[in-house]
Design a protein around this ligand. Structure first.
Ligand SMILES: *Cc1c(COP(=O)(O)O)cnc(C)c1O
Length: 371
């Protein structure tokens, strides 16, 4: 299904995407946020797991509203889901109006200029095509200022098109006690009151799993649907992604020898080392590696948790399998980097990053399986 589908016999790793877990996660979120509706955010190739199977599974699980970042992504979703409501978060780029209209896509308008362009397009073409409005309440990224939103509320009749969604985005919902969330909620409530007939949407995953006051009419979870952990105080939902890497070489390393680039790992005892066929070109962060000064991530080999050792190379990494009985690991076996209890958040923490970046960086060189 992916553009360059690599057969299992040739692949350095197997990326398994569990679409039933994806659907279950969506269903669980939809239950938790009811009576608010639950959209699905599928930007970034559905957070790296593959847009086509993800969009179809989410539609079957009941999702009807979808969010992407870019028009090209929206077009892909439209071709898969003719009846979905599709919003484009990054705003209306000049000259793209007709492309939205052609596929019944909804821009999320984030500046007075974008609002004016959409109005002008509708007037020029004798249409009245629905759009969403993004108001910034403290993220300082996209969206109208509250004052600009007030102006638009006062000039609603002149817009010439229906507003079907009013949205804002939370900056700190992953930190439950962060005071910015309460301020954003208060400001968003005040703006939403100016648009009483328009659906309102504020919450991402962290907000969806937080205070129900954040839910409004529509929540927009991404990461939680894909099994990532949006906030420390809530357990992740079911894992969606599993990653198994092929053992391509086994070697003995003498005490005092080093492993890998820079000689960053020194064997403190006679060791056995498994070399796995994936590296940072496959989206495994270099920071997941280890040195004599700091530990790295782990992999499961024949049921044992084994430490990654040395630096991660572009296409290879090393694991210390000294603790695994010699007869239990062979060339051609697969070691697990994600799955069987090794979660996205662990790999992310070791790599000084977040689940989102691990998922959206997943490489194109794996044999991909959707189950
Ligand atoms: C990416 C994004 C989301 C989804 O966020 P998660 O933290 O993945 O749930 C929601 N809203 C906006 C505006 C986004 O950019």
């Amino acid at each position: 299904m992916s553009a360059r589908d690599i057969p299992l016999s040739e692949a350095g790793g197997i990326l398994t995407v569990d679409l039933s877990a994806l659907a279950a996660n969506y269903g669980e979120l939809a239950r938790r946020v009811a009576p608010a509706a639950c959209a699905a955010v599928v930007k970034g190739d559905a957070y790296g797991i593959g847009l086509e199977p993800a969009a179809q599974a989410l539609w079957q699980a009941g999702a009807r509203s979808f969010f992407v970042a870019l028009l090209a992504e929206a077009r892909e979703v439209r071709d898969l889901l003719p009846e979905a409501e599709i919003f484009v978060l990054n705003g209306l780029f000049p000259g793209t109006e007709a492309a939205y209209a052609a596929k019944a896509l909804r821009p999320v308008l984030g500046s007075p200029e974008q609002v004016a362009s959409w109005s002008a397009f509708c007037a020029r073409t004798g249409t009245a095509l629905p759009a969403a409005l993004h108001v910034d309440t403290g993220m300082n990224r996209l969206g109208l200022t509250p004052a600009e939103a007030v102006n638009i509320a006062e000039g609603r009749e002149e817009l010439g098109f229906p507003l079907v969604l009013l949205m804002s985005h939370l900056a700190c919902a992953d930190e439950p006690e962060h005071p910015l969330t309460a301020r954003q909620l208060e400001d968003f409530r005040a703006i939403a009151a100016l648009f009483p007939d328009v659906r309102a949407s504020l919450a991402n995953s962290a907000g969806a799993l937080g205070d129900p006051a954040l839910h409004f009419d529509l929540v927009r979870p991404g990461i939680a649907v894909y099994g990532g952990r949006p906030r420390r105080d809530v357990a992740p939902l079911r894992p969606v992604v599993r990653l198994d890497l092929r053992v391509v070489q086994l070697r003995h390393v003498h005490e005092g020898e080093t492993v890998g680039y820079g000689g960053a790992h020194t064997a403190l005892r006679p060791s056995r080392v498994a070399i796995l066929s994936a590296g940072y070109a496959d989206g495994i962060p270099r920071l997941a590696g280890a040195s004599d000064l700091r530990p790295g991530a782990e992999a499961i080999v024949a049921g044992h948790r084994c430490p990654l050792i040395g630096r991660i190379s572009m296409d290879l990494l090393a694991v210390d399998v000294t603790e695994v009985a010699q007869e239990r690991v062979a060339i051609g076996d697969f070691a697990t980097l994600l799955g069987d209890g090794l979660g996205l958040d662990g790999l992310a923490r070791h790599s000084h990053t977040i689940d989102y970046e691990i998922l959206t960086s997943l490489g194109r060189r794996y044999h991909r399986r959707w189950v």
